[in-house]
Design a protein around this ligand. Structure first.
Ligand SMILES: *Cc1c(COP(=O)(O)O)cnc(C)c1O
Length: 215
């Protein structure tokens, strides 16, 4: 199927309150351009170099999200234009984003990524680190950053109960902090394999790559 048909099929099953983030990583610019032609305006990449290439090649009304683990020394080139950095997983990275945003007189929107998967390999803040980073943010330590919400990646597993439990853990954190008046808007969880389950568990932003860009 074409990118256009894949997108149409996914959108049919997406409730109106859910943002579809098209993950174009590992796909050529031409494929991303097909999604753009079909009306898609929110895209994500997980590597800075590939993000910069696509940013330069594609129309400028795209909102670009960074979703992969980001090294502090890679923030600078994306700081002028990035719409949201979804993968903030350390105070060091957040400090660098704050610094670079200030140089461009802008505030950069971020999500804090919490580690919800059982697997050892997944990046993300522990519950305690999340708590500490949110406190520091609330204390005004990062004035050029706007915390928009939380992001998580579930285990890569067929065990639906396990995956749902991980999504629900992040949803409970989201509700907890909003109960404290933090005003978080974005709960980013779910990928091609598990986005319907993620939405059922409270996601309002899904990051979908292969289901859009497969042939
Ligand atoms: C690659 C990636 C996705 C998209 O995965 P698909 O299975 O291709 O939909 C979503 N989130 C993150 C963080 C990714 O790295």
């Amino acid at each position: 199927m074409s990118v256009e048909l894949n997108l149409a099929k996914i959108k049919q099953n997406l409730p109106p309150h859910v943002t579809l983030v098209a993950v174009s990583k590992l796909n050529p610019v031409e494929k991303a351009a097909q999604a753009y032609a079909a009306g898609q305006r929110v895209f994500a990449e997980n590597r800075v170099q590939e993000l910069l290439e696509k940013y330069q090649a594609l129309p400028k009304d795209i909102a670009w999200h960074l979703i992969g683990h980001l090294q502090s020394n890679k923030v600078k080139p994306i700081a002028p234009f990035i719409a949201i950095i979804e993968s903030v997983d350390s105070a060091k990275l957040l400090a660098e984003i704050n610094l670079e945003a200030g140089k461009h007189n802008r505030k950069i929107a971020v999500l804090f990524q919490m580690k919800i998967a059982q697997e050892e390999s997944k990046y993300g803040l522990t519950e305690a680190e999340l708590e500490a980073l949110i406190s520091a943010y609330q204390n005004g330590e990062y004035p050029n950053v706007v915390l928009k919400g939380l992001m998580g990646m579930a285990s890569f597993s067929d065990d639906e109960a396990q995956v749902a439990a991980e999504f629900k853990l992040l949803k409970s954190k989201f509700d907890h902090y909003n109960g404290q008046g933090l005003g978080l808007e974005v709960l980013s969880m779910g990928m091609s394999n598990d986005y319907q389950l993620a939405i059922a568990c409270g996601a309002n932003s899904v990051r979908i790559g292969s289901a859009i860009f497969k042939d």
